[in-house]
Design a protein around this ligand. Structure first.
Ligand code: NAD
Ligand code: WQD
Length: 350
């Protein structure tokens, strides 16, 4: 606890990124946390902090360093005293890129995790949250998946960094007497802050469904392809569990409060799925977008994307009951906010 203003000081790695920036906004809203970010803008832009400030009125201090540089990272922890917790978002996240450049993913995702856990160990940090992913489950037949579902061989180096990452977190918890940690397995985070004034701003051409939809509607892409329409699902297209990014962000607030409040518990490691619990097909997502935006989307049916699983969605009842967290937003809200953000970017030349 920071004695000056009685707020818990939290380091957020990847604070300029998609989920990190939305989480910072929700953390600020509680007035319980002082946030320090570490982000080297390898997949984001400094403007994210301007947008956070516009929405919250709070200017975020960011250390522009590579977390893989252990010396620089340690300097941050030396400088920032009384750190109460770390939320570790920073990682590379493209499944396809990880297949082409596995070394890039192993160095960055595993290297940064080891470094941040080393400083957490050395500086006796009590609370740690790790961004895991539904990709760790792979191709599962019995749906929905819950935390007890057996984890199968990783389908990509990216997914493997999350499988190994969870194990590393567990091992550090066991090797210390002070560290409490949570692995949060996100399903498909989409949408943007309800204001539409911040959202996903990746550096490379997007290939995830919702940014592809909004960029196509905006005319940035001439048309989009639905990857597979003859699959064994209700309308032939893939099923996913889309969850509003602000619901994911809210779950981090609950997760942090639970960790902080459970300082006298013997259990020090928790793992939760974070999904909406609803399986939504690609066509249902497109139709929701068309309805809320009033835009007619130009799309064609194509072959399934290599490596795509047919269907996955979450049983998030453990997070619902143990974190006291539920989703506030529905599919239409996700699409509406994503479209607002697309329009905002155009109006403001972002
Ligand atoms: P993002 O790319 O938008 O944000 C990650 C941020 O971390 C970026 O701002 C990037 O610049 C920063 N970063 C990366 N490596 C760094 C390093 N070595 N040093 C300093 N900064 C670094 O990604 P996101 O969508 O916000 O994802 C956040 C986390 O959630 C990641 O760990 C990702 O694997 C995980 N996740 C994301 C999704 C998703 O669909 N977005 C789903 C499941 C899990
Ligand atoms: C969603 C659906 C596509 C684009 C990825 C990662 C996963 C996790 C979440 C990080 C699929 C279809 C897409 C397009 C389409 N991230 N699609 N046309 O692949 O479910 O999950 O993000 O941990 O690990 O793999 O997300 O948004 O790319 O695709 O038809 O142009 O949309 O086939 O069914 P995905 P996505």
């Amino acid at each position: 606890m920071n004695s000056r203003n009685m707020k818990n000081k939290i380091i957020v790695t990847g604070g300029a990124g998609y989920i990190g920036s939305h989480t910072i906004i929700e953390l600020i809203a509680t007035e319980r946390f002082e946030i320090i970010s570490i982000d080297n803008f390898s997949n984001s832009k400094p403007i994210a902090f301007d947008l956070i400030e516009k929405i919250t009125g709070v200017k975020i201090k960011n250390y522009n360093i590579d977390i893989c540089d252990a010396k620089l990272l340690e300097q941050v922890f030396q400088q920032e005293k009384n750190i109460d917790g770390v939320i570790h978002f920073a990682a590379f996240k493209s499944v396809s890129e990880s297949v082409s450049y596995p070394e890039k993913y192993y160095h960055n995702n595993i290297g940064s995790l080891l470094n941040i856990l080393d400083v957490c160990k050395k500086y006796q940090i009590q609370n740690f949250i790790f961004s895991s992913s539904c990709s760790i489950y792979g191709n599962i037949e019995l749906l929905p998946v819950n935390e007890q579902t057996a984890i199968t061989k990783a389908a990509s180096p990216y997914a493997y960094t999350k499988q190994v990452g969870e194990q590393i977190v567990e091992d550090y918890v066991h090797a210390t007497s002070h560290l409490r940690a949570m692995n949060l397995r996100y399903f498909n985070p989409v949408g943007s802050h309800v204001s539409g004034a911040i959202g996903e701003l990746p550096l490379n051409k997007p290939n995830n469904l919702v940014p592809v939809i909004t960029k196509t509607a905006m005319g940035v892409f001439p048309k989009m392809t639905v990857f597979g329409d003859q699959l064994p699902t209700r309308d032939g297209t893939c099923i996913r569990d889309y969850i509003h990014v602000s619901d994911i962000a809210q779950a981090h607030v609950k997760a942090l409060l639970k960790l902080i409040d459970s300082s006298n518990h013997t259990k020090r490691l928790y793992t939760y799925n974070l999904g909406s619990g609803n399986g939504v097909s690609v066509l249902e997502a497109i139709h929701s977008f068309e309805k809320v935006s009033g835009q007619k989307l130009s799309y064609t049916m194509g072959a399934p994307r290599e490596g795509d699983i047919i269907a996955i969605y979450s049983d998030s009842s453990l997070a619902n009951s143990e974190l006291g967290w539920t989703c506030n937003y529905q599919l239409d809200d996700m699409m509406d906010s994503a479209w607002k953000w697309e329009l905002y970017q155009k109006e403001n030349s972002i």
